[in-house]
Design a protein around this ligand. Structure first.
Ligand SMILES: *[C@@H]1O[C@H](CO)[C@@H](O)[C@H](O)[C@H]1NC(C)=O
Ligand SMILES: *[C@@H]1O[C@H](CO)[C@@H](O)[C@H](O)[C@H]1NC(C)=O
Ligand SMILES: *[C@@H]1O[C@H](CO)[C@@H](O)[C@H](O)[C@H]1NC(C)=O
Ligand SMILES: *[C@@H]1O[C@H](CO)[C@@H](O)[C@H](O)[C@H]1NC(C)=O
Ligand SMILES: *[C@@H]1O[C@H](CO)[C@@H](O)[C@H](O)[C@H]1NC(C)=O
Ligand SMILES: *[C@@H]1O[C@H](CO)[C@@H](O)[C@H](O)[C@H]1NC(C)=O
Ligand SMILES: [Ca+2]
Ligand SMILES: [Ca+2]
Ligand SMILES: [Ca+2]
Length: 569
């Protein structure tokens, strides 16, 4: 959900932010977190393969995709001697990262740790490693490695992030219509693939240009003339069927954030779990192609993400195959009402006249009450600001959406359910020795002041409760807006977020709540929950708001017969 998005932040996504100096933190912040996770993994690899840390580091580098191996080795070489010595001396990864200086103890703070502290206590251990600290500090300063993003191997990963996070529009889009022919960098994983990247009138969601007599202008695979009637197929098969697109505006829940747990488990590490690493990074560690809103492919990623795929888009397409490729996932990790209004909604592309209507889901399930600040309560979005941002967002939408569209607002979540379901379970990082729980991970992030959500991911139950209270106050704003606002081009609907209901249903069938929560960040819903949510939302639409769905197209079989997979994705 949320501001810094999960433990991922720890490992990767906060890196570029840390370099840009945008994130305030303490005790080394992201640098400390990344260092500790990496050293923890290396130390566990050394145990699993019964080898020294130098060999374990080399092993880790050898698992990475080809182009990252050389930089990884260059970076590993610099730190290997320090890490090897410390691990040989049985120092914990937390102590090692203090020794090499990526973790610190800021004035007035206590030393942070995620692994169990050494028997003598963190403080005594830190005093003991002072000499190595001085040594490593000189080396780091000599090399100019002030920041963890300066280290070869990590630098390349930071660079991909810098590129991916530069805008919410596709990086490759020749005709600038907002649709791309490549998958990543906000391409067709996010918005239907452009079937003609040299003509901006041609894109998913367009009303057919000249009946698509000669070519397919809206990328749904349907074009040409019916020889029986002499009429364009678009007219014969799609006219009057109320085609529409599915557009998601939201946060990392909507974009479907997921970090493979195998990356954090020494025993599961091997080259195959990094096979799609570059692709995953270029998609911002989100999986919109498998998400509740815009999932559109079978899950072919193997072990790194497991579970069924189901989505609102897939069901809309099944209902009316004229909707093929008409989806946009504009979810952004960390999205909240302020950024929704200032940037996210403005990355939507829809022409009010020449495109079909759309159903638009705005979901911001937590970032407005989530931040990593120690005084988290006073840094949450205030109801009156939330109201302004949402009203401006809706007003903008009224200017770009074709008449006959629908917008539904999803409520913020009761994030208390996260802690309730996972706090005493073992985190993937602790899987080798059963020594790191989610509570340990949350506490570590709070100590570094880089938690994606200090309010909910916190052992303090009062604070969790107050955070949920604020979320509910913001939901009252959403309900109020829905009850009191009228828009020209769309109908506005409010929806309680389905997560609670999906979990309740799952538990009623004998499942456990934690089985629906992301294993690495303990902060998002997983692939299974995404699919279950799609099913739940679809049922809600059928029952409460059938007008969102459009007609069932009676020509679907004929379309399949004539146009096969309609050009795929
Ligand atoms: C389909 O709709 C278009 C535009 O509204 C219209 O020009 C055309 O005659 C319609 N065709 C059929 C077969 O209804
Ligand atoms: C998913 O797999 C099924 C069964 O193999 C296949 O029929 C279908 O076309 C696939 N869907 C996509 C989007 O590739
Ligand atoms: C919403 O965004 C627009 C465009 O950036 C800006 O002019 C407006 O002030 C924003 N609204 C609020 C409440 O900040
Ligand atoms: C929010 O979730 C917590 C933990 O699951 C639960 O105890 C609490 O009753 C929920 N609050 C509401 C108002 O649903
Ligand atoms: C828990 O959080 C509340 C609200 O911020 C605070 O007043 C209280 O002191 C905290 N309790 C503990 C034990 O830290
Ligand atoms: C909505 O909020 C406004 C202003 O905050 C208030 O005056 C109005 O009574 C509320 N309306 C409803 C239906 O809740
Ligand atoms: Ca294009
Ligand atoms: Ca185009
Ligand atoms: Ca077409």
């Amino acid at each position: 959900m949320w501001r810094s998005f999960g433990l991922l932040c720890i490992f990767l996504a906060l890196l570029p932010l840390a370099r840009a100096g945008k994130v305030r933190d303490a005790n080394g912040g992201t640098n400390c977190a990344v260092c500790t996770v990496l050293v923890g993994i290396v130390e566990q690899l050394a145990q699993v393969y019964d080898e020294g840390a130098v060999d374990a580091l080399e092993r880790l580098c050898s698992f990475l995709p080809e182009q990252l191996q050389a930089p990884c080795r260059a970076g590993a070489e610099v730190f290997a001697p320090y890490i090897a010595e410390a691990i040989y001396n049985k120092e914990t990864p937390d102590v090692v990262c203090h020794a090499i200086g990526f973790c610190k103890v800021d004035p007035g703070h206590q030393a942070c740790h995620i692994f169990p502290p050494p028997k003598e206590g963190m403080e005594a251990a830190l005093r003991r490693i002072q000499p190595m600290y001085q040594d490593a500090k000189k080396m780091r300063e000599g090399r100019g490695f002030a920041d963890i993003c300066d280290i070869p191997g990590i630098k390349e990963i930071c660079d991909i992030f810098d590129r991916a996070f530069s805008s919410h529009l596709p990086a490759e889009d020749l005709d600038k219509d907002g649709f791309s022919t490549m998958k990543t960098f906000r391409g067709s994983s996010w918005r239907g693939k452009d079937c003609n990247d040299l003509d901006s009138r041609h894109h998913p969601g367009a009303r057919p240009v000249d009946g698509d007599k000669l070519t397919d202008s809206n990328c749904n695979g349907i074009f040409g003339l019916d020889s029986e009637t002499g009429l364009p197929y678009e007219d014969v098969l799609c006219n009057g069927t109320e085609p529409r697109g599915m557009i998601l505006l939201g946060d990392s829940i909507g974009a479907h954030f997921h970090l493979p747990p195998q990356w954090f488990e020494a025993k599961s590490l091997n080259p195959s779990v990094f096979k799609d690493l570059i692709f995953i990074l270029e998609n911002e560690i989100d999986w919109p192609e498998l998400s509740t809103a815009t999932g559109h492919m079978n899950n072919t990623f193997g072990e790194v993400i497991k579970g069924p795929v189901d989505s609102i888009y897939m069901r809309l397409r099944e209902r009316n195959r004229c909707n093929h490729r008409d989806y946009q996932n504009l979810g952004v990790n960390g999205g909240r009402s302020g950024s929704m209004n200032s940037t996210i909604v403005r990355s939507l592309v829809r022409n009010r006249i020449s495109d079909y209507p759309a159903i638009v889901n705005i979901e911001l399930v937590g970032n407005d009450v989530c931040n990593g600040h120690p005084d988290t309560l006073s840094h949450m979005t205030k109801p009156k600001d939330f109201r302004k941002y949402m009203l401006d967002t809706l007003q903008y939408l009224d200017g770009v959406l074709p008449e006959g569209s629908h917008v539904w607002l999803t409520s913020l979540a009761n994030g208390s359910l996260l802690y309730a379901n996972v706090h005493d379970r073992i985190h993937p990082l602790g899987s080798l020795r059963n020594d790191v729980t989610y509570r340990d991970m949350y506490t570590f992030l709070n100590c570094l002041e880089i938690s994606p959500c200090t309010g909910w991911l916190n052992a303090n139950s009062t604070l969790r409760y107050l955070t949920t209270q604020r979320a509910f106050e913001l939901n009252d704003v959403l309900k109020n807006i829905t009850a009191t606002s009228l828009y020209k081009n769309f109908k506005l609907i409010y929806q309680d977020i389905p997560i609670d209901a999906v979990i309740a249903k799952w538990e009623a069938q004998g499942g456990h709540g934690w089985e629906l929560i992301e294993p690495v960040d303990g902060f998002h819903i997983n692939q299974l929950a995404n699919a279950l949510s799609a099913d739940y939302i679809w049922e809600w639409m059928e029952k409460e708001h059938p007008e969102l769905l459009g007609k069932v197209n009676l020509n679907n079989d004929r379309i399949k017969q004539l146009f096969g997979d309609q050009g795929g994705y």
